[in-house]
Design a protein around this ligand. Structure first.
Ligand code: NDP
Length: 606
């Protein structure tokens, strides 16, 4: 089916919308920033962060030397290990705190869990594994099974350490290796370490006054308790909630997937909303076998490139929109306007201006959609998002808004108090009134842009001469190409750290794995014991990043608080500090660097 531009409402008053967006943002600014969240170190709330899915098996501590320790067994860690294997490096261990491969897809088993980017782009290595997702947005079970499939195909199980949390990394100059200390008493001496923890690794709880004294059940969505709710990951029939009053904190990507299930099964459901999300329709058809027959070698990479243009860089003249959903809508509509003018030369500023106008129109379409679905006018009004498209992750669901037409579902707007006011022993407090509840579900997100020690859960990372990574990066990242940092030999970084930003996250991590695997395999081949960037190369790269903070400033000054802008706090660990010329240009730069073959910009210690 041909993908067409959408008809977005253009009868909007943009200056008035700008003012409205500003006011809604101001209302939510919270001087507490990241400190508003609660990270229990002990007690029942800390214990519920353990693994509910797999029993922990006792094992003897290891003492050994290996080539590479990959810290993580989610997609980032799996793909780093796969790329190493392809590059001929096999003395590798994945160290993972969960009980199996999968990372976020291992831990998160809440009802309704699905990928919210198209699975044909999102699931990696489809061509190499021969797997085709069964529908457009895969269920969590299918995605975790794909993680297992890849790990099996590339023999990652044999050397994986599960239920193992790295506690400290210490560089030992005398042996030119990292000491990797774990909570299982292991003492692993690794020549190289790859930080592959992923961005959604550690859940955080809302810092609601009284949370610890609430006497009912509490859990985070990443630790769903089917024993309490009834049902299972594979069959989320929450039949034990029929007599339960349930409250959900949060209305992000996770919450909108669970709310329809809770609405269906709970006696009463309170949705405690601080910032309304933008939620579009979500057609999720099964995969068409006829379409699969048409796929030719290289199809996935081509689709990902196309999606990247649609979601980020903009379509090229004549380029079709293969994914054709709300992620690509702004650029699709802008491309249609440019095509109608015969693709004139436009300056980057003019292009940004066109996108901005379309952004206001698309967001207005989102808001009007709510009026069409939600029957109660006051509730519909409260559900409307007042911000630019990229301020919060745009979402899709066909069942979220209709949930608010049920008589047992109550939307509670907690924006005036910048979050849930308080909890008592038996319920939550809103505007001075207590609402009794049995279960509090925290859909409150993860440590995405918090301080690094919170994100990684590693107490100590000490490089050469006792240099602490946390201290060295206290004012911001310092890397070459986002993968290596001076003072921390043989340590490699992944994620959103001074690299390219790609629309398909998992593929971005895959490409990082490829680049890292190249460097490690070359080092091993050439007998290099240690490498790190030169001071000059690193300073140049950090300088290259400087203009990209312009985008951070936009998120910082115009968007409501959230993880994308570090709760509107200082953006030293801003998620989007990336190579401004775009991912394609970044990839070319790295390819040229590899082709040169001299490991330019690295200090080499043989
Ligand atoms: P988010 O960080 O997106 O959302 C957290 C929610 O909790 C927000 O609505 C936040 O409100 C709210 N909140 C936090 N503290 C309080 C408080 N004290 N009182 C009231 N509300 C509070 O977490 P999610 O788990 O929803 O999603 C995290 C990310 O995980 C997504 O953005 C996405 O990248 C990923 N994800 C991906 C999925 C996929 O299919 N690929 C599925 C699910 C998640 P506020 O907005 O006001 O801060």
């Amino acid at each position: 089916m041909e993908c067409r531009p959408t008809h977005t409402p253009d009868d909007v008053d943009i200056p008035a919308l700008r003012e409205k967006y500003r006011a809604e943002r101001e209302k939510r600014l919270n001087s507490q920033g990241q400190k508003q969240y609660f990270r229990p170190k002990s007690g029942p709330l800390a214990e519920q962060m353990g693994d509910p899915h797999t029993p922990v098996t006792p094992r003897e501590p290891l003492s050994e030397e290996i080539d590479v320790a990959v810290l993580g067994g989610g997609f980032t860690g799996i793909l780093a290990a796969v790329q190493l294997r392809k590059a001929g490096v096999t003395n590798v261990r994945n160290i993972e705190h969960g009980g199996d491969f999968g990372g976020v897809w291992y831990w998160n088993r809440y009802p309704g869990i699905q990928c919210d980017n198209e699975s044909y782009c999102y699931l990696p290595l489809l061509e190499e594994t021969g797997f085709i997702p069964t529908k457009r947005f895969s269920d969590g079970t299918e995605i975790q099974a794909h993680c297992v499939r890849i790990a099996r195909q590339f023999d990652l199980y044999e050397r994986a350490l599960f239920h193992t949390q790295v506690r400290a990394l210490r560089w030992d100059e005398s042996i030119k290796r990292w000491h990797v200390a774990t909570d299982r008493g292991d003492e692993i001496r690794a020549r190289f370490v790859i930080m592959a923890g992923g961005p959604l690794n550690r859940p955080k709880l809302p810092g609601i006054p009284g949370l610890q004294s609430f006497g009912g059940r509490v859990f985070h969505t990443a630790r769903w308790d089917y024993g309490y709710t009834g049902g299972s990951w594979e069959n989320p029939v929450l039949d034990k909630l029929g007599d339960k009053r349930v409250a959900v904190v949060g209305t992000g990507a996770t919450a909108i997937q669970i709310v329809p299930y809770l609405a269906k099964y709970a006696k009463e459901l309170y949705v405690l909303q601080r910032t309304p999300p933008s939620v579009d329709a979500r057609p999720n058809p099964p995969t068409d076998p006829e379409w699969v027959k048409t796929l030719q070698s290289g199809w996935q990479k081509q689709r990902q490139e196309n999606f990247h243009h649609g979601a980020m860089e903009g379509f090229r003249p004549g380029e079709p929109d293969l994914v054709c959903d709300f992620w690509t809508e702004i650029n699709r509509n802008v491309a249609a306007k440019l095509a109608a003018q015969g693709w004139p030369e436009v300056t980057p500023e003019a292009l940004m201006g066109m996108r901005e106008i379309e952004d206001y129109h698309v967001m207005e379409r989102f808001r009007r959609r709510i009026d069409e679905i939600v029957e109660d006018k006051a509730t519909a009004e409260l559900l409307k998002p007042w911000f630019r498209f990229h301020c919060k992750r745009p979402l899709s669901s066909d069942t979220y808004y209709p949930s608010f037409n049920r008589s047992n579902v109550h939307l509670i707007d907690v924006s005036d108090t910048k979050g849930v006011e308080a909890l008592t022993a038996s319920g939550f407090v809103h505007k001075g009134e207590e609402y009794p509840i049995d279960l509090l579900i925290c859909a409150s997100g993860f440590e995405v842009t918090s301080d690094l020690d919170l994100r990684w859960g590693i107490d100590e990372i000490t490089g050469r001469n006792g240099l602490s990574l946390y201290e060295e990066w206290a004012d911001g990242y310092k890397t070459l190409h986002g993968v290596v940092s001076r003072g921390f030999p043989n340590q490699f970084f992944t994620g959103y750290i001074q690299g390219g930003l790609y629309a398909t996250t998992v593929e971005q991590f895959n490409r990082q794995g490829y680049h890292i695997a190249y460097i490690i395999s070359e080092a091993l081949k050439r007998g290099i014991k240690a490498l790190e960037p030169t001071a000059e190369a690193q300073a140049d790269w950090v300088q290259t990043m400087a203009p990209s903070t312009e985008f951070a400033k936009y998120l910082q000054s115009e968007c409501p608080p959230g993880y994308l802008n570090n709760e509107s706090g200082k953006f030293r660990y801003y998620l989007g500090e990336f190579y401004l010329a775009g991912f394609t240009a970044f990839e070319q730069l790295l390819q040229q660097w590899r082709d040169q073959g001299s490991l330019e910009g690295l200090d080499i210690d043989k």
